[in-house]
Ligand binder design. Sequence first.
Ligand code: ATP
Ligand code: MG
Length: 646
Amino acid sequence: MTGDVYPVPAEIAENALLNNEQYLEMYNKSVEDPDGFWGEHGKRIDWIKPYKTVKNTSYDYHNVSIKWFEDGTLNVAANCIDRHLAERGDQPAIIWEGDEPDQSKTITYKQLSEAVNRFANVLLANGVKKGDRVTVYMPMIPEAAYAMLACARIGAVHSVVFGGFSPDSLAGRIEDCSSRFVITADEGVRGGRTVPLKENTDRAIEKCGNVDKVFVVKRTGGNINMTEGRDLWYHEEIAKVSADCPPAEMNAEDPLFILYTSGSTGQPKGVMHTSGGYLVYASMTHQYVFDYHPGEVYWCTADVGWVTGHSYILYGPLANGATTLMFEGVPTYPTAGRFWEVCDKHNVNIFYTAPTAIRALMGAGDEHVTNTSRKSLRILGSVGEPINPEAWMWYHNVVGEQRCPIVDTWWQTETGGILITPLPGATDLKPGSATRPFFGIQPAIVDAEGNFQEGATEGNLVITDSWPGQMRTVYGDHERFVQTYFATYKGLYFTGDGCRRDEDGYYWITGRVDDVINVSGHRMGTAEVESALVAHPDVSEAAVVGYPHDVKGQGIYAYVTLMEGLEPSEELKKKLVKHVRAEIGPIASPDLIQFAPGLPKTRSGKIMRRILRKIAEDSFENLGDTSTLADPTVVGDLIDNRQNRA
Ligand code: ATP
Ligand code: MG
């Protein structure tokens, strides 16, 4: 079960930053001598006062404490902007592509500097101080980046809340970190529809109170209410202040941001990241994982509301002086060819997206891709979920025309940056495997009791020692941090993910540990069954969960979304069961299949299996927290058409 191998293409190898030998040498040094390794690579960013201490971390259950570069000082915004001005002031820092294909603009590093300095001065003028939490509830417009960097410039802590969240979710997140400031826009625009951001903010503040100032960016000019004394127009305020705001000197361990996890498994956690280690790790991973070369155009399609947007739209690329593309819209508007048209329009070299988008576009038909040139593309990336080999092959063959390596990057909000990933010039690829650890990362696989499993094996993925980008705490609740990540296996960081390691030492994420099913004593990752289903030409998406089964202990319940235009039928069900039996074996045969026009997903596009599990168990009265669902209406249809009725 090691799968096919795709070696590094010759054209990539020629110019790559690292080859396999160099990777191995650096990796070994990074784990044998973390102080030496990170002491050297910490210098990739500019420090105001250089650090003397590099690593000071403890995974001891009774004393979990994580500090990196703790006696150094720096400013993150100055690292992302000021230090590039002399050499690349006129180079595009951000290319913004609007929701409509005729809208785009370019912001150079000089222009970014002016915008961020002004915004920082606006915040200061309105009482925002070092350490204050500022909630950013914005559409994907350049001002979202200005807002985050302005916070970083003055040492305020941003908490970005995805613009698709409801007033309730926003209120919860404002309250959790007692944030007295909100930055928002009148309305957002996505896929041709407007999102009432300011109205949602008003409704959120009615619930949670205690917000002193709301800064409002005008995006659409739509009708909104402005509350006298509380709400301020961004464009009016920036005109009143100077374009010079000296960066605050911050300690490496001062908080940079709080970000709530996407809520796939339950109540979101306020993940806290700090300044120095985070920036070193985000910038280093961005450079090596994407093999970034100066001048290249890099596009990560995530929203800044997710950690991927923080580390790989903003902080990593900008710290590296890169050109980063920011996209306001959705992959299917106005057509399913939008991503590839944007790649051609802006000559994108590196493209980073999520399996959910790849599967959706795969279902829409190849012609949307093949109509475009994509000749600028060099590297493709994937993040967010296991990418099933079928989707990987399509991405590789159709989008990348077999010439672009795919970096399948495994990481979490908690990890700050990518932990397990191929490097384009160093790693032979296997479709569906995140391959090998990045520098400084020591993954291990343990069984349910926490015993280390050697060699080719399967079990629970843990990390045995700290890296600079690791989260420091759950905001305001260090005990929850310890209990969530360090209590299951004492002395180890528990990721919550299941994982397989093959004979070549490659890692294969099999999904959440909670999602492992046990059929007649055989343990199976749901991802494996899903991959088999999606490999069938009629299937566009699939989600598999276990449900109580009298004979087998657990039965396999599969929710299947068909390709556009196909009709569900009993005959097709039989075909799919046969197909899975052939792909994996009889043990993996779905017991029940439900055709579902839509699956419940978080707003970052991840399938929320705990809801599917409840419906499969025929106990759907209490579905738990569904506030992070993208489209709550799909749940009703799933319940109505459930297959396991008492
Ligand atoms: P919550 O922690 O609130 O349940 P979440 O885990 O979905 O939400 P994120 O931090 O956004 O929040 O997602 C991290 C998780 O996403 C990982 O633990 C893993 O399960 C999955 N994941 C991310 N990238 C990959 C990848 N390349 N391959 C497999 N799984 C991935
Ligand atoms: Mg998680």
